[in-house]
Design a protein around this ligand. Sequence first.
Ligand code: PEP
Length: 248
Amino acid sequence: MRKRLVAGNWKMYKTPSEARKWFRDLTVNLPQTQAEPALLVPFTHLPYAAEILEGHGVYWGAQDVSAHSEGAYTGEVSAKMLADLACKYTIVGHSERRSYHAETDALVAEKARRLLEQGITPILCVGEPLEIREAGGHVEYTLRQLEGSLQGVSPASPQHLVIAYEPVWAIGTGKTATPEDAEAMHRAIRGWLEGRYGSDFAWQMRILYGGSVKPENAAALFAQPNIDGGLVGGASLKLEDYIKLLTA
Ligand code: PEP
């Protein structure tokens, strides 16, 4: 059985002090849940996450990583630095990075490889823009993006790679894919992963849905057979909502 993952993507919200309080509040209000909680937070918040969340069954990580291992790369943060702060997961290829920072599939694949070298599980995002969905090319587009972003990416086990399907038109817009549409894409992604990594491996890999997931729609999405949890932006910032998502 695949353990559901409810991964919060905090983007560029909250100060480190606000995060510290939020983490503490989460540890005292953590519900009984079958799901695995994880928080992908700004780099500045990671030391607090490591200090406060350790031992509570809540995991943490970053939203991006350098494609380089080490060196004169001003402003970059390496996978080794993230590993030192005990990050279990880190997002790569989020659509906001692909569009605002011109990240290519090849760069995303390099970043995923750096993470795996340090034992950190990439949460690798793929998903189509609205015009591609409207033209009916979403499956082909997303699988091509997956193929490019997984060049040379060989996780040691199915637990060491998480795919997040995030249709760009659903991120931060309040529009969500229907559970049936999301499931159809997740099935296609799992089929592609079977071809790439073999069926046993693909069967055990988690594929998250992301795009305006909230407490009101999470249960229907997470009930789909190939949806193994969510990558959640806006709704992961409010403690009350995040807790509801963990039990959805
Ligand atoms: C995201 O940032 O990955 C995301 C899915 O955001 P939201 O839930 O706000 O749409």
